[in-house]
Ligand binder design. Structure first.
Ligand code: NOJ
Length: 767
């Protein structure tokens, strides 16, 4: 029996691979015909099952699959396990409709990449796309055909733990990154066995939760929704994303999972999205706690009617939809439309032709040398150099360094939160990377302090520190007693330079990991003070999923590097950049606050009637400046760039007023801006040149600046280049008070800039 099943499986596998290219040949019309033909054969119960996703596999779930009561499973991993589940659907259910297997491949599968916030700071969409291609290849080798990524929520509040999963605060950068990630996951053809279907989440405005508290309420204007929170989703839809996930939050009084306005008026009617929407985990059931549904039946009715096509995890659709239809409360046509959307994605993804994973690929395609190389480059390009007094960096290799701090040799934290199928043992720690670079005789190590975990609702610092092991992972001698600040001071005293690795644990970021304080948790500040007292030159390397409070640092340490959580090659990439084998080029994808009291803080704020000024009667605080510690877009390199000769040609920009919400796209004309960028330093470097625009007078007040373009430019010492930007006129527009998209006439400011707070300026007119 076993051999028979294996042989059968092999035949099916061979057959399905030979049909791979066939799947690509189906036209949209043919797919619609296949969807409708299948739909006609389905019973009401099978329809409700097809729009049901359950979490994990067990005997009960297997039985439900056989009865046609499940359309998708989440969280089943491994080709053999997936094939086992798939067999129940494809061989043992009446209509043999394959499952679509979903998983959170957020920043890599087994080759874990930098957390999304970090890679967004590379401003390198090509490399981001390449890294998602690796993630898709690995995940699909393990049987996953659908990732719950990219997370494209704009966030202006670093207290929110999930800021780490997105691309930061800016809708333009967020849109470029969203499209790149979708292209990377889905490839040129989602039917390719190495592609996975992407899912833009969490639709929508989840990043605007009040107080930064996860799952909290959002109440924002339609203008803010359309100008800031929706654009990355629209970009994902334009890039062909197969699915979206509705968000947990209430949005202006209607939870996102029951919000007809966003799910149908905007997503379907305006954007013409033809994929499907899945709810977030249990969020249909949670409509009861939101207070908009009395029970699960009503919750199902509201969610499906609003436009949530598939139910994740709470099994409400499968249990309640047939009766809702039979009792006349829900038209069957609404159910049919949801089923059609799910089947359409399954057909497009080639699941009917190749439902099974290839177990051989799981052995060859995961953690390959090529993938690790791409991850190392992505990690190098994600580190932001915030300060480098007297060019302390790059460090000379011929010296003794003291590597100090609780994150220097912590493998798990290098991966960051929500690290797919990542395993701590795969991670190279900073200590290991530096030892490989310098040789262990030139490296001293002391952990200094432990970072105690948080207990919900309590401040950090209560847990007892765990004893450290006798030898660190890098083979450098450590103490077998508890980490002590004395050991750290002693190591610092013996070294030429100290490299301090501090921050927060990966588990302090991500879902349900909001923080009220941005201070370094535990006794890290005590460690830092003691090390600073040695007067050795200090490089501060911060590992975190959000900006932490380092307002004290610029006057006390020579160099500051924001390393976020960089993935499995973190330690090698950090050593490459610190010792000059690679150069830093990333920029901040958010504004770095001086204090938690400045939050929400973002560069594209409005001017107010009393713009920021030193005198008391202008907007601001009595006890702190309005400015961030570091602005959005900021980041240093190992060289210097001069910006000059900005020139703006706007002759063909036309003033056109549109009527109706649908008139968002398609105006002719564009703006051309050029500026000369020169490398005036002594090393080659890569500059992220940014273009910002400000409309001086419009029917609705405009942000003081808005990013409209960027380019990575690599120049040798002394080299200069004319950098050119073209912006379509339509992309200079804004919403008027009636939510019509217009390109207002008048004067606009423009900056070509190294960050959102400086640059060479020009103006142009829209006639
Ligand atoms: C809840 C999270 O909000 C979402 O991002 C994730 O994809 C699902 N759980 C599935 O794990």
């Amino acid at each position: 029996m076993f051999y028979f099943r294996q042989t059968l499986l092999c035949c099916i596998l061979l057959f399905s691979f030979s049909l791979t290219s066939l799947a690509q040949q189906f036209s949209d019309t043919q797919i619609e015909q296949r969807v409708n033909a299948l739909l006609r054969k389905m019973t009401l119960e099978e329809k409700a099952g097809q729009i049901t996703q359950l979490a994990g596999m067990n005997a009960h779930t297997a039985e439900m699959i056989k009865q046609g009561k499940v359309g998708s499973i989440l969280g089943v991993l491994g080709a053999e396990n997936v094939n086992e589940a798939q067999r129940a659907a494809v061989e043992n259910s009446r209509l043999k409709i394959p499952l679509i297997i979903g998983y959170d491949v957020i920043h890599g599968y087994r080759t874990v990449f930098p957390v999304p916030l970090a890679s967004a700071g590379s401003f390198d969409p090509q490399l981001i796309e390449q890294s998602e291609r690796v993630a898709a290849k690995e995940a699909s080798a393990s049987g996953v055909k659908w990732t719950f990524a990219p997370m494209v929520d704009i966030a202006r509040d670093p207290r929110w733990g999930r800021i780490v999963e997105g691309a930061g605060e800016d809708p333009y950068l967020g849109s470029v990154v969203a499209a790149a990630r979708v292209r990377g996951f889905q490839g040129n053809n989602i039917a390719d066995p190495e592609s996975v279907v992407a899912c833009a989440k969490h639709y929508v405005a989840y990043g605007a939760v009040e107080g930064g508290r996860d799952y909290n309420t959002v109440d924002i204007s339609e203008e803010l929704l359309r100008e800031v929170y929706l654009p990355p989703f629209h970009a994902a839809v334009d890039a062909g994303v197969g699915t979206l996930m509705s968000a947990f939050n209430d949005l202006n009084g209607v939870p996102a999972t029951a919000n007809h306005h966003t799910l149908t008026d905007i997503l379907r009617d305006e954007w013409k999205f033809d994929g499907f929407v899945v709810s977030d985990y249990n969020s249909i059931h949670e409509l009861i706690a939101h207070g908009v549904a009395a029970d699960d039946s009503q919750a199902s009715l509201e969610a499906l009617s609003a436009g949530v096509d598939m139910d994740m995890a709470d099994d409400d659709y499968e249990r309640f939809i047939p009766d809702l239809v039979k009792s006349g409360k829900l038209p069957e046509s609404v159910v049919d439309e949801a089923v059609r959307r799910v089947l359409r994605v399954k057909f497009k993804a080639g699941l009917f032709e190749h439902p099974y994973a290839d177990p051989a690929r799981e052995k060859t395609d995961i953690l390959t040398a090529d993938s690790l190389q791409i991850e190392r480059k992505m990690a190098q390009e994600s580190m932001v150099l915030l300060q480098n007094n007297n060019d302390l960096l790059p460090l000379k290799k011929a010296q003794t360094v003291a590597v100090i701090g609780p994150l220097a040799d912590d493998k798990a934290s290098q991966l960051g939160s929500w690290a797919g199928n990542g395993q701590a043992k795969d991670a190279v720690t900073p200590l290991e990377g530096i030892v490989t670079k310098l040789g262990k005789e030139h490296v001293l190590y002391a952990k200094g302090v432990d970072i105690p975990p948080f207990e919900k609702g309590l401040a950090a610092g209560v847990a007892a520190p765990a004893p450290t092991s006798a030898t660190g992972a890098a083979g450098v001698e450590t103490s077998n007693k508890a980490a002590t600040i004395e050991d750290a001071v002693s190591a610092a005293n013996k070294a030429d330079t100290v490299i301090l690795f501090v921050g927060e644990l990966a588990g302090m970021t991500g879902e349900a990991s909001s923080r009220a304080s941005l201070e370094l948790p535990g006794d890290q500040m005590k460690l830092i003070s003691a090390v600073l007292a040695t007067k050795k030159p200090v490089v501060l390397v911060l590992e975190s999923g959000r900006p932490l409070n380092i307002s004290w640092a610029p006057g006390h340490v020579q160099a500051i590097m924001q390393a976020w959580f960089l993935g499995v090659q973190a330690g090698n990439a950090i050593a490459d950049v610190l010792f000059g084998d690679a150069s830093p080029s990333a920029r901040l994808p958010l504004s770095w606050p001086r204090s938690v009291g400045q939050i929400p803080i973002y560069y594209n704020h409005k001017n107010t009637g009393r713009p920021s000024a030193p005198d008391r009667w202008h907007t601001g605080y009595l006890d702190l400046s309005n400015e961030p510690l570091y602005p959005f877009g900021y980041g240093l390199t190992y060289t210097k760039f001069k910006y000059s000769n900005v020139s703006v040609k706007s002759g063909i920009v036309r003033s056109i007023t549109f009527g109706g919400k649908e008139g968002v796209r398609g105006v002719a004309g564009s703006l051309h801006v050029t500026a000369e960028i020169e490398n005036t330093g002594k090393r080659e470097g890569t500059e992220v040149v940014q273009l910002y625009v400000h409309d001086r007078v419009a029917p609705t007040s405009r942000p003081v600046r808005e990013l409209k373009g960027f380019q990575r430019v690599t120049l040798a010492p002394g080299e200069h280049k004319n950098v050119e930007f073209t912006v379509q006129a339509n992309d200079l527009g804004s919403y008027d008070p009636d939510m019509h998209w217009i390109v207002p006439a008048g004067t606009y400011d423009v900056w070509v800039a190294p960050d959102s707070a400086s640059g060479v300026a020009g103006t142009f007119e829209v006639q």
